[in-house]
Design a protein around this ligand. Structure first.
Ligand SMILES: NC(=O)C1=CN([C@@H]2O[C@H](COP(=O)(O)OP(=O)(O)OC[C@H]3O[C@@H](n4cnc5c(N)ncnc54)[C@H](OP(=O)(O)O)[C@@H]3O)[C@@H](O)[C@H]2O)[C@@H](O)CC1
Ligand SMILES: Nc1ncnc2c1ncn2[C@@H]1O[C@H](COP(=O)(O)OP(=O)(O)OP(=O)(O)O)[C@@H](O)[C@H]1O
Ligand SMILES: [Mg+2]
Length: 378
């Protein structure tokens, strides 16, 4: 469906994003000449952005790889980082890494041999005070070895809230920012940045994907008021603006997306089941298109969250001439629209088959078919 936009002051509002068109436009064709982890970008971007945004978007990069990393996974939560990382691969990422605690690593590895798992994070209970600074340095060293190769970091699925762990992750966010690596923040990553907004404030390559609770906490902290569903679009716009133009995907019955300049919504399909982990899928969608780094798109939460990551990276390399109406839009917005669309379509297909017993793994299995329905490959 073609999106309908209207203006309210300086901001532009769209009733419903032209979701499937966006998804089609940013999904790269399968090219037999490309090899794993690298592909030449011959496309240019037309996205008309502020000078500040264009600086942080690093739009001059020439290569993309579809290399995604998830920072998350602790003693309590191993499902969330797994859902996020595997959905990146299912959508089209070349490589998917997970940086998690030692306790979570062997569990996550045992779910899938496809994932590259780094057991480098530590929680307070396993660290002596005198060892903390050494361990922190070690964690940063390990992540930095890879940082330049990542098209996008997904921060927070199943991270937990241990103070030492969150301290390490704050430093990782700072390093990602210095290296202009796009980040999608979800789950406990949102708990972290809600308390330390400076970590993402003003970073235009940051995408936040709050659920109902996470959104409530953000609104209370940043706007010092309660969530107002009557003026949901205006409130989301103000929130994104107040955090310096980050992109926010507010998950719900309709997914609302804003970068502080425009607001769009995706409300197609979906499923009446609310099983834990759907958000994790969405994350990768954002990066669905290789080069989160060049132009990002966020996706389906765990499944969806990772969908955003992939699409975001694909959106950063859109061809201008054929898709003028698409390539002139903020890639983080495009990534979120594509991720949300794919996640919702997959959830709807899964529900058709499994009804009340639909689980996140069923939705992940429907990602490929959903993408095929929208962007068929022969
Ligand atoms: N299969 C898996 O592995 C899955 C793992 N998942 C992972 O779970 C984590 C939380 O994500 P979620 O979506 O449950 O968070 P959310 O709705 O804000 O909170 C719900 C309620 O719980 C409470 N609460 C949370 N953490 C708390 C803590 N450490 N200690 C105390 N209270 C805590 C919270 O309280 P409040 O924050 O309001 O104080 C609220 O009342 C996150 O890492 C996510 O990735 C999910 O993605 C699902 C699939
Ligand atoms: N009421 C709803 N109707 C239809 N779809 C919904 C509804 N609520 C959420 N969704 C879809 O489910 C996806 C996950 O949203 P949800 O609010 O469950 O995230 P979450 O709580 O972070 O999930 P997770 O359990 O992975 O942490 C969203 O992308 C959204 O499109
Ligand atoms: Mg979540």
């Amino acid at each position: 469906m073609q999106g309908v936009r209207f203006s309210s002051g300086a901001a532009s509002f769209s009733l419903e994003a032209d979701a499937e068109n966006v998804l089609r436009a940013i999904t790269p064709t399968l090219d037999p000449n490309r090899h794993k982890g690298q592909a030449e970008r011959s496309k240019s971007l037309l996205w008309v952005c502020t000078e500040e945004r264009s600086k942080s978007a690093n739009i001059s990069s020439l290569f993309w790889s579809g290399n995604i990393a998830v920072i998350g996974g602790c003693r309590e939560y191993t499902g969330a980082p797994y859902f996020a990382a595997i959905s990146a691969l299912k959508i089209g990422a070349d490589l998917s890494h997970v940086f998690c605690t030692r306790d979570a690593a062997s569990v996550i590895k045992s779910y899938s041999p496809e994932l590259i798992v780094h057991p480098i994070l530590e929680e307070s209970y396993s660290v002596r005070d005198e060892d903390k600074s050494f361990i922190l340095e070690n964690v940063l060293g390990e992540v930095d070895k890879w940082m330049e190769r990542f098209d996008c970091l997904v921060i927070g699925p199943g991270l937990g809230r241990d103070p030492f762990l969150l301290d390490c992750v704050s430093k990782i966010i700072k390093h990602a920012r210095q290296s202009n690596v796009p980040i999608v923040i979800d789950g406990d990553g949102l708990f972290l940045i809600t308390n330390w907004l400076d970590l993402v404030s003003g970073y235009h390559l940051a995408v936040l994907t709050p659920n109902v609770n996470e959104y409530k906490r953000l609104v209370q902290k940043v706007l010092s008021c309660e969530v107002n569903d009557e003026d949901a679009r205006e409130q989301l716009l103000s929130l994104a603006k107040r955090i310096g133009g980050v992109t926010i995907l507010r998950k719900g019955k309709a997914d609302l997306i804003s970068d502080g300049e425009t607001v769009e919504s995706v409300s197609i399909y979906g499923s009446p089941r609310r099983c834990g982990g759907q958000g994790d899928i969405l994350l990768e969608g954002k990066f669905l298109f290789p080069s989160f780094r060049l132009f990002f798109c966020e996706w389906l939460l765990f499944v969806c969250v990772n969908c955003v990551a992939i699409f975001l990276s694909w959106a950063r390399q859109i061809v201008t001439d054929e898709n003028l109406s698409i390539s002139s839009r903020n890639p983080t917005m495009l990534g979120c629209i594509a991720g949300s669309t794919l996640m919702r379509k997959a959830a709807s297909l899964a529900f058709e088959n499994k009804k009340r017993s639909t689980l996140t793994t069923d939705i992940i299995e429907c990602l490929g078919r959903s993408l095929q329905d929208i962007c068929p490959v022969p």
